[in-house]
Design a protein. Structure first.
Ligand code: FAD
Length: 416
């Protein structure tokens, strides 16, 4: 379609802003609005799916670096051999075949917000009418840290397997030491859940072994009562929880964590580094919240820095937790808003999102946490809804079983 005809078409849909930003480079000529999604995690894959689920009038391209996606959710259960990686690995075949999403496995090198184009490492440049960026987090550097030796296992995959192997090889009476970065970081209860799962594994398999949790935060960040009880009662004598321990450097060869409270030597050292929005958020000039996260309008997740670009998932800076369940919810709000905007209408004015985490406490019990957020018209932010938020009174076997129902629903809602 030539540019003039396309402008007329877009104008007829009420897409005035798109008409002014007609891209200079178009590799796939199309007569229909084109939405590109960068990142095929819980946020991006859900957004791509629901755009096409709710409208066949848009073309959707999903660009994801990897052919397979390893879920962080449930990945702590790989560490204690309750699951294996293949059970939490997904691909994009259903999104492509059932929903007609064009899936490209490549790395996005750059975004040109003025010309509305995306450049891929493979050399292709694609034009978009609306762009969703959902790249998750990147890790900030830690002096001396070699993640090939000292795994973070905070992006699931080879890192998870490496940590699992290190735990399996750990001696009796060995020391597992883990570090937690200052918030905000991906999955607020996740590190404490990991401490419990590892403590349970060591209790059963490595007599005399201990878990030291070096937390940069002043207190347990999520499910405080549950984890405090687990650390001081369930795993008394095994878990040593140390608040206000800020990691300053790592000796990767000798497995030493240098912290503001002293040095801790480990047999297995698990460093979860401080985090920031994915690289592409920074290079596109979107990280305008504290220099780390992308400011967005929570009605549409459109960036407050660059028009026609939306940011969802861990990279967004609305203050909502960085978690997969709520990333899936944000994706639906964003997809709905984009379809409304493409039709010349404003986004829905009262979006609600919710977050849920089941936290395994042992190989048979789990706890849970949920929080709902609603758009506040005065502050124009997402505010927690206390009456719809809460946590389990105690870990239970029933919660452990329900955890798999919850996760399977989320996986299906994202990838199938
Ligand atoms: C141990 C652990 C347990 C967790 N448990 C829970 C839980 O119980 N409940 C819950 O809700 N959340 C949980 N989480 C958090 C959850 O995994 C994350 O919040 C979620 O994955 C964020 O989704 P996302 O789509 O924003 O990012 P990601 O899932 O990280 O997806 C981002 C994708 O973007 C791709 N990408 C990045 N940059 C580019 C680029 N330039 N070009 C192409 N592709 C790119 C990446 O390859 C990646 O696939 C847990 C996390 C951990 C570590």
């Amino acid at each position: 379609m030539n540019p003039t005809t396309r402008r007329q078409f877009l104008k007829s849909l009420g897409l005035a802003t798109l008409a002014t930003g007609f891209p200079a480079i178009v590799t796939a000529a199309t007569t229909r609005p084109h939405v590109i999604v960068i990142g095929g995690g819980f946020a991006g894959a859900t957004a791509a799916k629901y755009l096409r689920h709710w409208s066949t009038a848009v073309d959707v391209t999903l660009i994801e670096a990897n052919a397979n996606y390893n879920s962080c959710i449930l990945s702590n259960l790989v560490l204690n051999n309750q699951m294996n990686m293949s059970q939490i690995t997904f691909n994009y075949n259903v999104l492509a075949q059932k929903y007609g999403i064009r899936v490209i496995n490549d790395w996005v090198n750059g975004v040109d917000g003025n010309n509305q184009t995306v450049s891929l490492r493979g050399g292709t440049t694609l034009a978009y009418d609306r762009l969703i960026i959902a790249p998750g987090v990147q890790f900030l550097p830690v002096t001396g840290l070699d993640s090939n030796v000292i795994p973070h296992a905070w992006k699931a995959g080879v890192q998870t397997t490496l940590l699992q192997q290190q735990l399996a090889a750990m001696p009796n009476n060995g020391k597992f030491v883990m570090t937690i970065p200052a918030k905000p970081y991906r999955c607020p209860p996740g590190p404490y859940e990991r401490a419990c799962v590892v403590a349970d594994y060591l209790k059963r398999n490595k007599p005399g072994a201990t878990v030291t949790v070096l937390d940069a935060n002043a207190d347990i960040v999520a499910e405080r009562e549950t984890f405090n009880h687990a650390f001081t009662v369930t795993y008394a004598g095994i878990v040593n929880y140390v608040p206000n321990a800020v990691l300053t450097a790592v000796d990767s060869a000798r497995k030493i964590a240098h912290t503001s409270l002293g040095d801790y030597t480990a047999d297995v050292l698990n460093v979860i580094p401080p985090q920031s929005a994915g690289e592409i958020i920074h290079s596109t000039g979107l990280a305008n919240v504290g220099g780390h996260w992308a400011g967005v309008n929570p009605l549409s997740y459109e960036s407050t820095a660059v028009a026609n670009i939306h940011v969802i998932g861990d990279s967004q800076g609305t203050g909502q937790p960085k978690a997969g369940h709520i990333a899936n919810a944000e994706a639906k709000v964003c997809a709905d808003a984009i379809l409304r905007l493409l039709g010349g209408n404003p986004p829905f004015a009262a979006p609600v999102t919710n977050s849920a985490c089941y936290s395994p406490i042992s190989a048979t019990t789990a706890s849970w946490l949920t929080a709902a957020f609603a758009y506040d018209t005065v502050s124009r932010t997402m505010k927690i809804v206390p009456e719809s938020s809460g946590e389990a009174s105690a870990p239970s076997r029933q919660n452990y079983q329900r955890m798999f129902d919850w996760a399977n629903n989320l996986f299906a809602d994202t990838f199938a």
